[in-house]
Design a protein around this ligand. Structure first.
Ligand SMILES: [Zn+2]
Length: 316
């Protein structure tokens, strides 16, 4: 697949081709020369040309691929090799050559978050306690140090800037999958230009801006919560709750470099997706386990134990 490794910065020649996958809903954008009939996300062989969807937001930023096709293939091959022997047939023998580079659309979100919080703060203090015990049959009095915690309520406000929240804008790639591939190095974020995706498959945002904003806000509030956890004074705390108000939101479409290998290993089963972060080489995938292989292995062990028992005299 030489076009995947081609490094080119030439301007895109001619109009882009808009393709759609009826199976997973991915909306691909490719140069006419890269016309494909197989979906890179789900390996469905029914990708068709579709009309341009009006109102789809243009990417603002993009991260380039740093990992070549050869390296991506090696990462995938190693991942496949190291799967458990109970993995369903057809997965360990999948062809890593078919890994494809896709510019996955995501939303990059940043916000200024103000939180009002309340918590119980615990301060530890030590006291000497006397107690009686029995030593060599005699009752003796001893002292020991015991730690107690005093709890006092705390209320307050904390404002913090939450930058670089990434959420998927693709129906092909779920947000958990994107999270598993993170972090991306956003220091090398570039302004998007069509030349950047030349020679690659790109996807248009297929999730609505509102859906993505909802996801991004939730993630930002979660991060705010983590910041508050670290901010709490005292030796310990409990019952921390907070209410966040968000201000100065920014939400931009950003293209992320991801190598994808989609494997259809069984009729009717959802495809297995092996994903590689196109910057760092981080691999993510969930190989399904074959129930039959596990049952068979358990049976073999049971039989071996039974055979051993019989051989050693068994039920005499
Ligand atoms: Zn698909």
């Amino acid at each position: 697949m030489p076009e995947q490794t081609r490094e080119t910065t030439s301007a895109v020649a001619g109009p882009l081709l808009h393709l759609g996958c009826p199976s997973c809903g991915a909306r691909l954008v490719v140069e006419p020369a890269l016309r494909t009939t197989r979906c890179p996300y789900c390996a469905a062989p029914s990708v068709v040309e579709r009309p341009r969807v009006p109102g789809v937001p243009e990417p603002v930023f993009a991260l380039g691929f740093a990992l070549t096709h050869t390296s991506a293939r090696e990462h995938v091959a190693r991942w496949l090799r190291t799967r458990s022997r109970f993995t369903r047939s057809g997965i360990r023998s999948a062809k890593p050559d078919e890994v494809r580079g896709v510019y996955v659309p995501a939303y990059l979100y940043s916000v200024l978050a103000h939180a009002r919080f309340s918590a119980s703060i615990g301060e530890n203090y030590q006291v000497q306690e006397t107690y009686t015990t029995t030593e060599n049959g005699k009752t003796v009095t001893r002292t020991r140090t015991v730690t107690h915690t005093e709890w006092r309520p705390l209320r307050g406000e904390l404002s913090t800037y939450v930058p670089d929240v990434l959420v998927t804008a693709s129906t092909g790639l779920r947000n958990e999958e994107l999270e598993a591939l993170e972090p991306f190095d956003l220091r090398v974020l570039a302004r998007y230009s069509p030349a950047l995706i030349s020679g690659w498959v790109a996807e248009e945002p297929s999730l609505s801006r509102e859906q993505c904003l909802e996801l991004a806000r939730r993630e930002a509030v979660e991060r705010m919560g983590e910041r508050l956890e670290r901010f709490m004074p005292g030796d310990s705390h409990r019952e921390l709750s907070h209410e966040a108000r968000l201000e100065w939101e920014a939400l931009d479409v950003c293209l992320l470099p991801v190598w994808v290998l989609a494997v259809r290993y069984a009729e009717g089963a959802p495809p297995l997706r092996v994903l590689v972060n196109g910057q760092t080489g981080e691999v993510h995938g969930k190989a399904p386990i074959s129930v039959w292989k596990v049952v068979l292995a358990v049976l073999v062990v049971v039989l071996l134990v039974a055979a051993g028992w019989l051989a050693s005299g068994g039920a005499r």
